[in-house]
Design a binder for this molecule. Structure first.
Ligand code: FMN
Length: 361
């Protein structure tokens, strides 16, 4: 849904900004697929590389889920400088999602509200694309692709939808993300409740074994949880065998802080207004996990200082989406430079040294 500023604005297509957000996004994906891609980003400094989940990430900054729902352009997005790309959310069957309009820009707030509802082309289309990507050698060193999965809106048993996706996609994923936090699929977030998360993780691990592959499993949670709920989820994630948590998805709250005319649209809010809240929940997760989970900080990152704040709060990796809408891919080089400067200022020789630093004071 890129606004767009870029990648396309940098190539002389500022008119995209006048289109509705979803049309602009579609045109952007099509252009990227056609090979119209901004110039490759310079390789991030070695100091920004980070090891996590048994992989080496050239940068800790990844593309969050929802930009490339159908795994159409992971290679292009890696090339513009993301350290990894999360594709999806993918559901077993294709689905159209909610009626349009369903993405709203809140430009004054540097935010977006979306109620897409998992529009995607389904498992088979994603499997074909991810297979081609793999055979293409696109997974060059550092070309890490996380696959985010969910349940169809009409699923009789949502847990089975996750299992179906895992059996098909685990062999094609560097990381698997269970999205149980989208506010736009009724009932989905109930899977965050302790006993249901236990059942989901048990089914996940069984399906992963059946797939013959063993990508690490991450659980993506909402930023709207209480600290008690966070504690229960962390326990369930650890005992269920998850390797990490993504904190987090869009929020159904925080509307009072908004100024944009669309502030009361139904859906999930992302972007700048989400930064403080999502970082607070991240810190709670970090404290509860006590080093037993690897965390990805997502929500409102638009600068090196934001990324650094998430890392100090306990994130090993961070992700962004909404800032890309407003600032384009040039944002990445800026974040990398700022992040390197902040590490140096505080005497950290690597990202790893700064993880959770706020908790050690
Ligand atoms: C238009 C849009 C679509 C999204 N779709 C998904 C999705 O399919 N699956 C998912 O897990 N998160 C989805 N997200 C949430 C993002 O991955 C991310 O968690 C959230 O936007 C917070 O990050 P940000 O403030 O950097 O955008 C979507 C966000 C936006 C703005």
């Amino acid at each position: 849904m890129v606004d767009f500023y870029s990648p396309l604005e940098s190539m002389g297509l500022p008119l995209l900004r006048l289109l509705d957000a979803e049309t602009a996004h579609r045109l952007t994906i099509q252009a990227l697929r056609a090979g119209i891609v901004p110039p490759p980003a310079p390789a991030p400094l070695e100091r920004l590389a980070v090891r996590a989940f048994g992989l080496r990430f050239p940068s800790p900054v990844g593309l969050a889920a929802g930009f490339d729902k159908d795994a159409e352009v992971p290679r292009a997005m890696l090339r513009v400088g993301f350290g990894f790309v999360e594709v999806g959310t993918i559901t077993p069957k294709p689905q159209a999602g909610n009626p349009r309009p369903r993405i709203f820009r809140l430009t004054q707030d540097r935010a977006v509200i979306n109620r897409l509802g998992f529009n995607n082309k389904g498992l088979e289309a994603a499997r074909a694309r991810l297979t081609a990507l793999r055979n293409d050698g696109a997974r060059a060193p550092g070309g890490i692709v996380a696959v985010n999965i969910g349940a169809n809106r009409d699923a009789a048993d949502p847990v089975q939808d996750y299992a179906t996706c895992i059996r098909a996609l685990a062999p094609l994923a560097d990381l698997l993300v269970l999205n149980i936090s989208s506010p736009n699929t009724p009932g989905l977030r109930d899977l965050q409740v302790g006993a249901r998360l236990d059942a989901l993780l048990a089914a996940t691990m069984a399906a992963r074994t059946q797939s013959g592959a063993t990508p690490p499993v991450l659980v993506k949670i909402a930023p709207d949880l209480t600290e008690d709920e966070v504690g229960t989820i962390v326990d369930a994630a650890i005992s269920g065998g998850a390797a990490g948590l993504i904190v987090g998805n869009t929020t159904v709250g925080l509307r009072d802080a908004l100024r944009g005319p669309h502030r009361n649209e139904k859906g999930g809010l992302s972007g700048r207004p989400l930064m403080a809240r999502s970082t607070e929940v991240l810190a709670q997760v970090y404290r509860a996990a006590g080093g037993r989970l690897t965390l990805v900080g997502t929500g409102g990152v638009s600068s090196g200082a934001d990324a650094y704040a998430k890392i100090r709060a306990g994130a090993t990796l961070v992700e962004l989406y909404t800032a890309l809408v407003y600032e384009g891919t040039a944002l990445l080089a800026r974040i990398h430079a700022e992040l390197a400067e902040l590490l140096a200022r505080d005497g950290f020789s690597s990202i790893a040294a700064a993880i959770g630093a706020d908790h050690q004071r």
